[in-house]
Ligand binder design. Sequence first.
Ligand SMILES: Cc1cc2nc3c(=O)[nH]c(=O)nc-3n(C[C@H](O)[C@H](O)[C@H](O)COP(=O)(O)O)c2cc1C
Ligand code: SF4
Ligand code: SF4
Ligand code: FES
Length: 634
Amino acid sequence: MSAATVELEGLASEYRNLTAFHKRRIIVCAGTGCVAGGSRQVLAAFERELTVHGMESETELRFEHEHNAPAVRLSGSGCQGFCQMGPLVRVLPEGIMYIKVKAEDVPEIVENMLEGEGPVERLLYRDPASGALCPTTDDISFYKRQHRMVLASCGQLDPGEVREYVANGGYFAARRAWLEMTAESVCEEMELSGLRGRGGGGFPTGRKWRLTLAQPGPKKYVICNADEGDPGAFMDRSVMEGNPHSVIEGMLIAARAIGADEGYVYVRLEYPLAVERVRKAVADAEREGILGGNVFGSGLPFNIHVMEGAGAFVCGEETALIASIEGRRGMPAPKPPFPAQSGLWGKPTVINNVETLATVPLVIGRGVAEFRGLGTAKSPGTKTFALTGHVVNTGLIEVPLGTTLREIVMEIGGGVTDDQGQPTGEIFKAVQIGGPSGGCLTPENLDLPLDFDSLQGVGAMVGSGGLVVMNNATCMVSVARFFMQFTQNESCGKCVLCREGTKQMLALLDDIIEGRADESTLALLEELAKAVRVGSLCGLGKTAPNPVLSTMRQFRAEYEAHVFQKRCPTGRCKALAAPAIDPALCIGCTACARKCPVGAISGERRAPHRIDPALCIKCGACAAACKFKAISGV
Ligand SMILES: Cc1cc2nc3c(=O)[nH]c(=O)nc-3n(C[C@H](O)[C@H](O)[C@H](O)COP(=O)(O)O)c2cc1C
Ligand code: SF4
Ligand code: SF4
Ligand code: FES
């Protein structure tokens, strides 16, 4: 057994010794969402309250001789997924999960805990459908239906404690790769696993590594793409905040597979917590001899730098990302050569997404068979999604690839809501999947297994994993416009068709939404979309038309109503609004007239009112004020 082999076991047993005397553990979610909701104050309140009860607690593990063995360990964690219910607090060993905890709630939690009175019921999640109390995560449908693999430790581990990661089996897969496997055998295992990149494209990871390994030359790089610019996506951020060592371990294995001695984590600076935790994880791994000049005692080096990107969406594109690290303007370059052939500073480079890298140690550690046991034959494993929009439960979820949309929206998501967040019982109108590069799924796709190939078959894509659920009151033309505005803003300007074409597509969508469109608009929009797709250099421009084409295909009637009848079927497009008062429903209460900011409503008390279309500015205040639902069209 080499000295290095002893080291991981040593770290794990040190962790077990240091935590052996803890009777309890309190985990306060310290992901971005819960921190914003006040979880730091909750953590401080626990520290204070335990002291009041004469109990020492510790947030940093210390050796026994440094204190009187505290019975409670307090720790922060990364995102536990159910951000909507945050700040979340878990109490172990019972596994109780409290939701929406405030600092004022802490004394009651501690008292109940110390007096063995059972959980504080008012802070438990209650199932909205059955009304049943759910004391643990196993009782909550949002968690019950998921299969957490990459996220399994996020929300449990202390992300700042390398020894806890190791005690949970961390870094053993990397050590095996560095000390017991060859570069070829690592590539082979990844190829057999069938793991496909989670950054959007779904390219087979093993094949990418094999291509890079085959390149000549001693200098190669591994880059972790942590740019995550898709609107609404926060999967990669959560992995970095919740389990940063899993990403470093994935990079170590990638480095072994291709023979790299240097790596970069490229993370956007809007993610300060992720940056802080990854930096600390790198420093801790260096201190333990995991990273550095002599990885696991192999005699070989691997060092990681953390670089903050300025947050341009296009910098997530791999060639633009490389340019940005090199200190140039983040603009994509034509491929080939691919980064595997000529990447960072002209050297062969592997670029992988955060989630891909965090999956790698699980594949090597648990074996290909276990990994392939999840997901579908061509899309094995799990995928994280950011579930948002008109759905009861929003948050970060992880499911095997191939899970149906129905299971995600209806079971994990708990069903569709109205604009006020109340469950409606309706089947959704559409799900936008894959962010600005993706497309829409409709109720017809409810039983479609979500995997790389079946989504492509219906003109959508897994993308990075944004899942936005939309109810019947959503205008699909406005949805397409939202994504078009995003890509138009983010175009780097290098290609004429992406730079100018997206601007013109946006103008055409505005014409539709604001009532200026005619028969030629839809045909022109479609033609332009196809030209932008063909004439753009990088994925940003190539996929920018997807949300437009997908909504045009699936919601053609909605587009046509805007164009030919100058009417928005959902009433969302204000310029097309034509407010009118139904005299049969109006009782002449005058509520609308009192609210109208421009005096467009007239009528006697207790007699039906009228709206003067010449004065009306279509603000909708009257419809909102009318209790009798007498005003429509706005
Ligand atoms: C405009 C654009 C933005 C992208 N942004 C990201 C990103 O934020 N994170 C990411 O991992 N991949 C992003 N990608 C995909 C990367 O270029 C690349 O394919 C990916 O990092 C490869 O990793 P994987 O094989 O592990 O998926 C983006 C691509 C394009 C065209
Ligand atoms: S397609 Fe758009 S974002 Fe990509 S290189 Fe061309 S102009 Fe830049
Ligand atoms: S939509 Fe606004 S401006 Fe028009 S009638 Fe109603 S309150 Fe007045
Ligand atoms: S940040 Fe706490 S649950 Fe997501």
